[in-house]
Design a protein around this ligand. Structure first.
Ligand code: ATP
Ligand code: MG
Length: 331
């Protein structure tokens, strides 16, 4: 039996930038330039003069998994979507932006033994390479978190452009990764605002047990505010039904409500994530469900979500999807 918490945390070496030059810096500090590498060893995010200028022109899709509602499957989705995209041959960096550190432990890292986390990165104390770890999923890299990140909500208040700190740090890495997947916490505070400002897509997990129309509308309103003020490129990548029992009336009613009210605003994933004890077991063993139960229904569902994210869905049941896939949050 694999016991994740007994694993030694693995430190990564330097990134090789897909052969296009090394990413050397990446810290970027709190209000300044990002002077690390990326494509051709040059600085910046495709903006001018190496400065992060708010443009999103590099290759990585940066996806924030967000919902201020607790316990709806944000972390489970982050861990398993990251694992599935890695399995599909994509270069993925996962970012744990939640002081609970559940994505960190879910990827096989003992969050209590870390001496450097995303907290130190956000405060400008260490570079991204110094904080980044390898995970239990071969090839998947992580910016880990632990409880000290909770202090960042307060400590970052005095920083210049505090909403852009994560974006500036990650912009260098858009050249290196195909996907950057950010887990966020169940609170629309500064950390979540940083995640929403850094991303170009948001996936919103919604669970029938914790369904709240007001909650979802509030979140979409917040995304629209972020779009107007901080991140004009943000769009809703999709609403994902999680922890579902498709046989129940509760599930059917929730899907109908979501489709009726939100299909004009966002794509709704065809696949729903089934409720299964294998997810809890995987968490217990600090594994992705892909590793713990590779042929199980949750693994298959998350693989299908990865295919939907990659746009690899078949033609069946695809009309509404293609209609909605490109729609952005209504400003
Ligand atoms: N498909 C599933 N089947 C069964 N249980 C699940 C499933 N997905 C998530 N869970 C369980 O539901 C709980 C909440 O899941 P998760 O931690 O992913 O939610 P979250 O939105 O990240 O929570 P928080 O808001 O606290 O960060 C966990 O105990 C997890 O094991
Ligand atoms: Mg979580």
């Amino acid at each position: 039996m694999k016991l994740g918490f007994n694993r030694k945390n693995k430190k990564t070496g330097g990134e090789d930038g897909d052969g296009n030059g090394e990413a050397n810096g990446g810290n970027g500090g709190n209000n300044g330039k990002v002077d690390g590498g990326g494509n051709n060893g040059k600085a910046g995010n495709g903006g001018k003069n190496g400065k992060v200028d708010g443009g999103v022109s590099a290759k990585a899709r940066v996806i924030a998994i967000a919902n201020q509602k607790g316990g709806v499957g944000k972390t489970t989705t982050t861990v398993n979507l990251s694992a599935c995209l890695t399995e599909a041959g994509k270069k993925v960096l996962t970012v744990d932006c939640d002081p609970q550190g559940n994505t960190t432990s879910g990827l096989g890292i003992d969050k209590n033994s870390l001496d450097k986390t995303i907290y130190n990165l956000l405060l400008g104390e260490y570079s991204l390479e110094e904080v980044m770890l390898e995970t239990v999923v071969d090839g998947l890299r992580l910016l880990p978190s632990s409880i000290n990140l909770a202090g960042a909500e307060i400590e970052l208040i005095g920083y210049n452009e505090r909403e852009y700190i994560l974006k500036k740090l990650l912009d260098v890495y858009r050249y290196i990764y195909d996907f950057i997947i950010i887990d966020s916490n169940p609170f629309l505070g500064l950390l979540t605002i940083n995640a929403l400002t850094a991303c170009n897509e948001v996936i919103i997990p919604v669970s029938p047990q914790f369904w709240s129309a007001t909650g979802l509308t509030d979140l979409i309103d917040t995304i629209n505010k972020i779009k107007r003020k901080l991140n004009p490129k943000i769009k809703i990548g999709g609403i994902l039904l999680t922890i579902c029992d498709e046989r129940t009336t509760l599930y059917k009613n929730t899907r109908e409500l979501v489709e009726t009210n939100y299909s004009g605003t966002a794509k709704i994933f065809n696949t729903a994530i089934p409720s299964t004890t294998k997810v809890g077991e995987a968490n217990y063993y600090s594994l992705s469900v892909m590793e713990h139960d590779p042929n199980g229904k949750a693994s298959i569902a998350y693989m299908n979500i990865a295919k939907e994210v990659l746009g690899n869905v078949g033609n069946e049941n695809n009309n509404k999807e293609s209609k909605n896939a490109t729609q952005t949050a209504t400003a």
